[in-house]
Design a protein around this ligand. Structure first.
Ligand code: HEM
Length: 552
C-alpha cells in the first residue's frame, strides 16, 4: 500500500459523493492505490510483484478485439419491432409462420448497428460508401438477423468476387493511402457494378445521417408458411424521419468539423427522446425463373420494380435506447445472414449463400468461439445445446438439460432431444448440372440507365461531377472502359462523364502550369498509388502551409 502522505501535498480536494463505490481489481480485491507503482524508494526501480499494475496493464494491452474486416466504423442502438400482423391487406400467416410477424401490435426487442463499409474503425462517417443497416431481433423463436445496407442493390452478384472487391475498395496495401481509382480499376472489369456505382456517386452515396436513410435486406430471402409453401421476399426499411443525402461539398464541410457526426446524431436524438422509427415493407414474388422479367430475380444488382411487386407494410421499428457500453454492446455485436427463424429460408441467391458462410466464420475469429454467449448476441429464448467449451465458455449449466453428463445426442439415458417440426418443411427440388457459370440474364445496364434518368437534375449533376473528379485521376484505359459502361446505360450519361473527365483533366493541367512550384500532383509511387492528385496536393499543402518552428 502506498504511503498516502507523499500524495497529500498535490492532491486536488474531491467531493465525497454518496454513491461512489470503492474500486476493486478483477479478483474483487480493494484497490487502495491506483496512482503509484510499487517501487524501491520513490524513484524506482519498480518491483515485479505489482499484481494490480500487471493486471491493469495486461488487460489494457488486450482491450481491443480485431476490427471488422468490413463495416468497421459503426454505431448502434436498441429498441423494438412492432408487427402489424398483416402483410399489406392479408394476414401474414398466409406467407410465413415466423412468430415475429404474427399478432398485431406484438413487440420484439431488437438492436441495430449502422456502419460504413471500407473505412477503419474511426474513419470519417462522411465517406462516400454504402451504409450498413444490420438488425438483430430477439424473437420468441430465437434470433433473427437482417444484415442489410441503406442502398437496395449491391456491386456484385457472386460471393466469389467479394474479397477482391473489398481489396480494391480499401486503402492501397503498399502505401496505406486511400485510392478511389483502384475501385474503378475493379469496376471497369465488373460491369454488373454500374447500377450500384450510379447510386453511390450520386448524393445517395452519402446519407446525411443514419436516422435519415433507408435500409434494405438487398439479398432475396424466402418466407415459408405452415404448409411448407415458400415465396421470395425482399425487405425494405423506410425512415419515418424522411430521407436526406449530402453533396460532396457539404460532406467535406462536415468532415472538417468531426469524423463522427452520424454517431453523434443518432446518440443525441435518442438522448433527447426523439426516437427514430422505420417502417418495414416486403416485396413478394413467386419463386422461379420468371421469363417475363429482363433480369434474374435473384440478382442483387437489380431492383424489383415496385409496379409489379408492390411494397407491403408488415411492421415498424423504434429505437429508444442508447448503448451504455459501446464495446460490449456494439463492437461485440455479431450478425449473420444465416441467422433466420422458423418461417424463413434462404433463396438460391449466390451472394446470400456466400455471405452466410462468411459472417459466423469471421465472428469466431473476431469475437471468439463463444461469441454467442456475449449478452448482445445471446438469444432471449433459452439455449439448450451440446456445443460446449472453448475459450471463455461461461454457459448457464442449465443449458445442458436434466443430466449434465449427457453432452451428446442421441441417447437412451437422457440429455437433450430433437425439437418437433412446427409446420411442414419447405423442400425445394433441383435438377441441374453442377458448374461454374454466370447467370444468363446479366442485363448490367438497363436498370443503371433507368436509375440515371430517374434522378433529379441536381442529383445527376452531382453524380457526373463526382465521377468525373475521380475518373480524371485514373489511368486512361479505366476512363475509356467506364465511359463505355455509362454510355451503354444511357448515352447522355456516358457523354456527360466523358466531357466531365476532359474538363477536369484540363483544369488539373492548368493548375499545374499556373500553380506554385510543386503542383505536379498525381505522382506515381513505385507500387500502385499514393493517392489521387487531389489527395497528393493536400499532402503538399500540409508541408507548404506548415509554420516553421525551432527545435527545443
Ligand atoms: C459475398 C458477399 C459478402 C461477404 C462475404 C460479406 C462479409 C462480411 C463480413 C466478413 C463482415 C464483418 C462481420 C463482422 O466482423 O462482424 C460483414 C459485415 C457486414 N456486411 Fe457483409 N458481406 C457481403 C456482402 C454484403 C452485402 C450484400 C450486404 C448488404 C446487404 C452486407 C452488409 C453487411 C453489414 C451491414 C455488415 C456489418 C454488420 C455489423 O454491423 O456488424 N454485406 N460482411
Amino acid at each position: 500500500m502506498a504511503d498516502k502522505n507523499y500524495q497529500k501535498e498535490n492532491e486536488i480536494p474531491r467531493e465525497k459523493e454518496a454513491n461512489r463505490e470503492p474500486m476493486t481489481d478483477r479478483q474483487g480485491h480493494p484497490v487502495t492505490d491506483n496512482q503509484n507503482l510499487r517501487t524501491i524508494g520513490d524513484r524506482g526501480p519498480a518491483t515485479m510483484e505489482n499484481y494490480h499494475f500487471l493486471e491493469k496493464m495486461s488487460h489494457f494491452d488486450r482491450e481491443e478485439v480485431p476490427e471488422r474486416v468490413v463495416h468497421a466504423r459503426g454505431t448502434g442502438a436498441f429498441g423494438y419491432f412492432e408487427t402489424y400482423g398483416r402483410v399489406g391487406e392479408e394476414p401474414v400467416e398466409k406467407y410465413t409462420r415466423a412468430k415475429v410477424f404474427s399478432g398485431e401490435g406484438k413487440r420484439t426487442p431488437l438492436m441495430v448497428r449502422y456502419s460504413t463499409v471500407a473505412g477503419a474503425k474511426d474513419s470519417p462517417e462522411t465517406e462516400r460508401d454504402p451504409r450498413g443497416f444490420a438488425v438483430k431481433m430477439y424473437t420468441e423463436d430465437g434470433n433473427w438477423d437482417l444484415v442489410g445496407n441503406n442502398l437496395k442493390i449491391f456491386f456484385i452478384r457472386d460471393a466469389m468476387k467479394f474479397p477482391d472487391m473489398i481489396h480494391a475498395f480499401k486503402v492501397d496495401p503498399a502505401s496505406n493511402v486511400p485510392d478511389p481509382t483502384k475501385m474503378f480499376d475493379f469496376v471497369s472489369r465488373s460491369p454488373e457494378a454500374i447500377h450500384m456505382i450510379t447510386f453511390l456517386f450520386s448524393p445517395w452515396g452519402i446519407p446525411a445521417t443514419y436516422r435519415h436513410m433507408q435500409g434494405s435486406g438487398v439479398n432475396t430471402y424466402k418466407w415459408v408458411n405452415d404448409e411448407g409453401e415458400a415465396v421470395l421476399v425482399k425487405y425494405h426499411w423506410e425512415p419515418k424521419q424522411g430521407i436526406r443525402n449530402l453533396t460532396q461539398e457539404e460532406a467535406n464541410d462536415i468532415q472538417s468539423q468531426t469524423v463522427a457526426h452520424a454517431t453523434e446524431d443518432l446518440y443525441l436524438a435518442i438522448e433527447r427522446g426523439e426516437y427514430p422509427e422505420w417502417e418495414l415493407f416486403v416485396q413478394i414474388m413467386e419463386d422461379g425463373y420468371h421469363e417475363e422479367l429482363d433480369f434474374d430475380p435473384l440478382d442483387d444488382t437489380k431492383l424489383w420494380p415496385e409496379d409489379k411487386f408492390p411494397w407491403l407494410p408488415v411492421g415498424k421499428m423504434v429505437l429508444n435506447e442508447n448503448p451504455t457500453d459501446f464495446h460490449a454492446q456494439i463492437e461485440q455485436a455479431a450478425f449473420g445472414t444465416g441467422v433466420l427463424v422458423d418461417g424463413m429460408d434462404f433463396s438460391d441467391d449466390k451472394m446470400l449463400i456466400g455471405r452466410t458462410f462468411s459472417y459466423s466464420d469471421t465472428q469466431r475469429y473476431r469475437v471468439g468461439a463463444n461469441y454467442l454467449q456475449v449478452p448482445v448476441n445471446a438469444p432471449k429464448t433459452r439455449v439448450r445445446t451440446n456445443q460446449h467449451r472453448g475459450q471463455l465458455d461461461h454457459r448457464d449449466p442449465g443449458e445442458m438439460g436434466d443430466d449434465p453428463s449427457i453432452n451428446y445426442e442421441p441417447s437412451m439415458r437422457g440429455g437433450l432431444e430433437e425439437a418437433e417440426e412446427r409446420g411442414k418443411p419447405h423442400r425445394p427440388t433441383y435438377n441441374a448440372e453442377a458448374l461454374r457459370k454466370p447467370i444468363d440474364r446479366p442485363n448490367n445496364y438497363g436498370q443503371a440507365g433507368e436509375t440515371y434518368r430517374n434522378f433529379e437534375d441536381w442529383e445527376r449533376d452531382e453524380l457526373i461531377k463526382n465521377l468525373s473528379d475521380v475518373l480524371a485521376q485514373s489511368d486512361e484505359r479505366i476512363q475509356e472502359a467506364m465511359v463505355h459502361h455509362f454510355t451503354q446505360a444511357d448515352e447522355d450519361y456516358g457523354r456527360r462523364v466523358k466531357e466531365g473527365i476532359e474538363a477536369k483533366v484540363k483544369e488539373m493541367e492548368n493548375m499545374k502550369e499556373s500553380g506554385p512550384p510543386g503542383r505536379e500532383a498525381g505522382e506515381k509511387s513505385k507500387y500502385g498509388s499514393a493517392g489521387t492528385a487531389t489527395e497528393q496536393q493536400a499532402a503538399k499543402d500540409a508541408v507548404d502551409k506548415g509554420h516553421e518552428a525551432d527545435p527545443y
